[in-house]
Design a protein around this ligand. Structure first.
Ligand SMILES: Cc1cc2nc3c(=O)[nH]c(=O)nc-3n(C[C@H](O)[C@H](O)[C@H](O)COP(=O)(O)O)c2cc1C
Length: 120
């Protein structure tokens, strides 16, 4: 883990590595691999929440170390880690800045800034 992820993530009940086979045997990119992995992770997140668990996505981890530790072959790319467990009170984080971040209002980029129009 990188940075502050080192402090909270070990408290999760499970840490799941999301990885995908991103290259074909001939070396070309498997263009759908990241899309597939993201969909799988999001559906796992929805199902976990349905079962009373929460999922926290983690991009801040050392990918080179994961490749080495798990012995991943070159065609496999580590993408994210999912921390799964019961929701703890924000205070359990201990650090004041982390508690503030956890309880601060959630913000969303307006759709007008996200949507591009054109013909397909
Ligand atoms: C791709 C991705 C990577 C993330 N990486 C981290 C991370 O390394 N550490 C962390 O604490 N949260 C990470 N998060 C979680 C976000 O910081 C945030 O808590 C989460 O997306 C919920 O945001 P919301 O409250 O705006 O819905 C990540 C989220 C995404 C989608």
């Amino acid at each position: 883990m990188v940075g502050f992820n080192k402090t909270w993530s070990p408290k999760a009940s499970a840490l799941i590595l999301v990885a995908a086979v991103t290259t074909q045997p001939d070396g070309t990119l498997r263009t759908g691999a990241l899309y597939d992995a993201g969909l799988a992770a999001s559906l796992m997140t929805v199902e976990a929440h349905h079962r009373g668990q929460v999922v926290h996505q983690i991009g801040g981890f050392n990918k080179e170390a994961v490749i080495k530790d798990f012995g991943l072959s070159p065609e496999i790319t580590p993408i994210a880690i999912l921390a799964i467990g019961k929701q703890a009170p924000a205070d359990a984080l201990g650090d004041e800045k982390m508690v503030e971040r956890e309880i601060s209002a959630r913000t969303r980029v307006p759709l007008t800034q996200l949507i591009l129009s054109g013909s397909l």
